[in-house]
Design a protein around this ligand. Structure first.
Ligand SMILES: [Zn+2]
Ligand SMILES: [Zn+2]
Length: 221
């Protein structure tokens, strides 16, 4: 987790917040990493970005295999890393928004067994997982024409597989009452701005003053 930046334009720099959890998700190649980088640069320091649990697990050298046991073990590990990162923020109460680079239910999209077994093995329920997040922002994986690419070395999916994962992610979050799709556009910046506006909409009023410092005439509402 990044340290709180010193240049803060919020009215609330000393206040605690009723922390809201927002998920930024999407299939491979959707541009999540670029959007998160823009969030760090443009939104206030009370928006805390949690690193992606899957990247922590994989870059940390977690054993990767194709057996059922292995595929399940990887997803359980990702789920638990995600939940513990969220819990720290819950207990710290300093963030206005905890922006999750994928949420706990993303693991269900990769789960190689029944939905029932996922919830049973993790001792949780769909309601439990959905209710923790105040918004789900899903960046759609672009079609080949709109530039699916392989810039992230952690990603091993092919385009058809990427589209399939994007669909599965859409399915696991479908029951959330505040889920938004951000479709791919020819100009990636447009897509990124739409995503940031949706994130900014979840900010409490005390943190919205910061949005006026974005400049460039961009409207983040
Ligand atoms: Zn703030
Ligand atoms: Zn605030």
């Amino acid at each position: 987790m990044r340290a709180v930046r010193t240049s803060c334009h919020c009215e609330c720099s000393k206040q605690t917040h009723a922390c809201r959890f927002v998920v930024l998700t999407g299939g491979p190649g959707a541009g999540k990493t670029a959007v998160l980088e823009m969030v760090r640069r443009t939104l206030c320091p009370h928006v805390v970005v949690l690193p992606e649990a899957a990247s922590i697990i994989f870059s940390g050298g977690f054993r990767r295999g194709n057996s059922l046991a292995s595929r399940k073990g990887i997803q359980r590990a990702i789920y638990h890393v995600q939940r513990e990162q969220e819990r720290i923020c819950e207990e710290e109460k300093s963030a206005a928004i905890v922006l999750c680079d994928r949420g706990a239910l993303d693991s269900l999209a990769y789960w190689p067994n029944s939905k029932q077994s996922f919830f049973a093995e993790l001792s949780t329920s769909a309601e439990n997982e959905l209710s923790r997040y105040s918004a789900i922002i899903h960046l759609r994986t672009p079609s080949l024409a709109l530039g699916y690419n392989h810039t992230n070395p952690m990603r091993i999916e092919q385009p058809a597989e990427a589209a399939e994962i994007d669909k599965k992610i859409a399915k696991v979050w479908a029951a959330h009452s505040n889920r938004h799709f951000v479709e791919s556009t020819e100009n990636f910046l447009e897509k990124a701005k739409m995503a940031i506006a949706l994130i900014a909409a979840e900010l409490p009023n005390c943190c919205k003053g910061h949005l006026t410092h974005l400049g460039g005439g961009a409207s983040y509402r």
